[in-house]
Write a protein that binds this ligand. Structure first.
Ligand code: SF4
Length: 343
């Protein structure tokens, strides 16, 4: 059986044309899937009954099932999805007081980058997600919203390195931005990378308006090699050169993420080095106090230490903010729920 969300618009048109069905039926199906949040073909009541049955015989609308649904007091909701091959993947809905409804999605089962402080990287990567599996996470999360509410932002910050799966991510984001898809502006989509220079340059050439966030976590290669092993092959200088290229080509300011780990990368000296490294760039820096992961030795810095770190960055001329991870009580740090499920 085919997964409907894996099909391109052209493939769907071909399927309908081969059966002598009018083109506008494709538009009706897409409207039911992306806007009217249908869970099964039988709900598509403006399609003839025979066509609904035929679609149900040949296509799966969803290929995953929800095996866990957790809700935190701050409105954050997290889903653990079981995919067709029994692998698990996480996705999160975040709400904030500005009426933003942001979904955080994954791009791989596991992750090969091996960041020292992250649950997702502990067991390596299993496989890339398909475009349909990426889109499906957004549809599942959209179903958690009230009928009059829509997803406002997408952050590609869940499990996996998005730029290691651009071949599937870019078509999935095309559906996300399409007027007859989820209709979310490219400028409201953030792709977060550990920093793969080739992938950043490829994304820049794709000429989209996605917001790029580079997870830096250290201002020198010696420390970054320890925290982000993927850095050993590339180094900070080539990542920054690629990020500069991204800004030059797209005009979009790059955000640098810095997870603050107590007594590891949180000293004033670390902050000064970071300010020097990014000096002269029109960058934003998000400083994220670490969200502890069971089994890992890293700790959250004291509130005063975090504030001092940001002050040093601001004094150094950077636009820096503290960002707190939401939904700590539901294991919202990426990979925690999946590991707990035993994969
Ligand atoms: S922090 Fe991101 S890139 Fe690093 S191991 Fe975790 S999922 Fe992979």
């Amino acid at each position: 059986m085919l997964h409907l969300l894996e099909q391109t618009t052209e493939q769907l048109h071909a399927w309908f044309a081969d059966r002598g069905l009018p083109k506008y039926r494709v538009g009706q199906v897409r409207k039911w899937v992306f806007e009217r949040r249908a869970r099964e073909f039988q709900q598509m009541t403006d399609l003839p009954k025979a066509l609904r049955s035929r679609l149900a015989e040949e296509f799966q609308l969803f290929s995953s099932r929800v095996v866990q649904h957790r809700t935190a007091n701050d409105g954050t909701e997290k889903l653990l999805l079981e995919l067709a091959d029994k692998q698990h993947v996480e996705c999160v809905l975040l709400r904030d007081d500005r009426e933003h409804r942001t979904v955080c999605i994954s791009t791989q089962v596991g992750c090969a980058m091996g960041c020292a402080f992250c649950a997702s990287g502990l067991d390596g990567v299993v496989r890339n997600l398909t475009r349909g599996e990426i889109v499906e996470q957004m549809l599942r999360l959209q179903m958690l919203l009230g009928e009059d509410q829509r997803i406002s932002h997408v952050v590609v910050m869940g499990t996996g390195e998005p730029l290691a799966n651009l071949g599937e991510l870019l078509p999935a984001l095309e559906v996300t931005t399409a007027a007859d898809g989820l209709g979310i502006s490219a400028r409201r989509i953030t792709i977060s990378t550990v920093g793969l220079p080739k992938g950043i340059r490829r994304l820049a050439r794709a000429n989209c308006q996605y917001h790029l966030a580079v997870s830096l976590h250290a201002a020198d290669d010696a420390l970054r090699n320890r925290l982000v092993p993927a850095n050993r092959k590339v180094g900070i200088a080539s990542i920054l050169a690629a990020a500069d290229d991204y800004f030059d080509r797209t005009g979009r300011r790059v955000t640098f993420e810095y997870v603050l780990l107590a007594d590891v990368n949180d000293s004033s000296e670390d902050a000064r080095r970071l300010a020097d490294l990014l000096a002269g760039r029109p960058a934003l820096v998000n400083v994220i106090p670490y969200n502890p992961v069971p089994g890992l030795r890293y700790r959250t810095p004291a509130v005063g230490v975090t504030a001092r770190f940001v002050d040093v960055l601001s004094d150094g001329g950077l636009n820096a903010k503290i960002r707190h991870r939401k939904g700590e009580r539901i294991d919202a740090a990426c990979g925690q729920l999946r590991r707990r499920e035993g994969q």
